[in-house]
Design a protein around this ligand. Sequence first.
Ligand code: SAH
Length: 340
Amino acid sequence: MQLADMDRLEMNEWLAGIDPAAYRAAQVFRWIGRGAACFDDMTDLPRELRARLASRAAVGIPEVVGRLCSARDGTVKYVLKTADGNVVESVLMEYRHGFSVCVSSQAGCRMGCAFCASRPQGFARSLSPGEMFGQVAAVSRREKKSVGHVVVMGIGEPFDNYDGTLKFVRLLHEHEETNIGYRKVTISTSGILPGILRLSEEGLPIGLSVSLHASNDAVRERLMPVNRKYSIDKLLEGCKIYTDRTKRRVTFEYALIAGVNDAPGDARELARRLRHMLCHVNLIPVNRTEDSGFRPSPKERVRRFAELLSGGGVQTTVRRELGSDIAAACGQLRNTVVTQ
Ligand code: SAH
């Protein structure tokens, strides 16, 4: 285990075996919360203790290796490298209510969605809780900004890394420097039903977002292989259980792709399926990626789709796209494995 993966209790136990002073654990935990990348950043620890810690464990906060700033909207994309050389991306966005960080949950992704830039990159491994926490802490440290919201919507499928993601969310809450409550966190899934059911049993008010992108199985299967395992009906049943248990609404993400899923008939079918659910639909004209060949639906088509959904009784918004000029928008993040 790396230090950043430890919660407060684990840190206490681990440090008790190294230094008898009880306050050391609090000090180290605070440095992790502040996003210290290495032991030498922990300036209030004696040099000798820093060396001893370094000989036993790694800090586990990914190192910032790149930073790209959008000229259009102030969105900042961070490229970070884990201790074993995997590269992931995180995005800092500014909204009216404050700053949000979009976090990657895996180096690469196994889901293979046709429209997503991380697909051709393959899959390396899941990120540890500390590596996820480290993205938030490192970005916040570099920007000198306090982060109010976290969305697990970067590279990877969080429910393919369920335990890691949940512990990450607990760390966000437990570290005083971030102090981000469960309500301020949203997890986005491509539709892994068991993950949705497990989350609904946690008793935590974490937000859930589901990437739907189609109103029937034929289209969804073409876009998202996960649909072969969990059909739309099964998925929506799971979402219903989530909303019943948590009393929280689900957000459905729907990327509008010209000529694929944006016909008025698709909107009507979707409205029929979602009408009675506690939910909200986020429409996003699909972002171009290098290899998908998909084009975003024209403005007029998006407007019509939104109108039909709202008219059919489903709350709908069209998402403001942030960071598309620096490939930081939805589906434009990709991991690269750095070979040294
Ligand atoms: N695997 C999770 C987390 C990724 S979140 C999930 O699928 O939900 C990233 C969001 O961006 C998802 O809703 C995804 O479907 C969406 N997305 C991927 N590629 C996109 C693209 N080219 N244009 C718009 N949205 C895209």
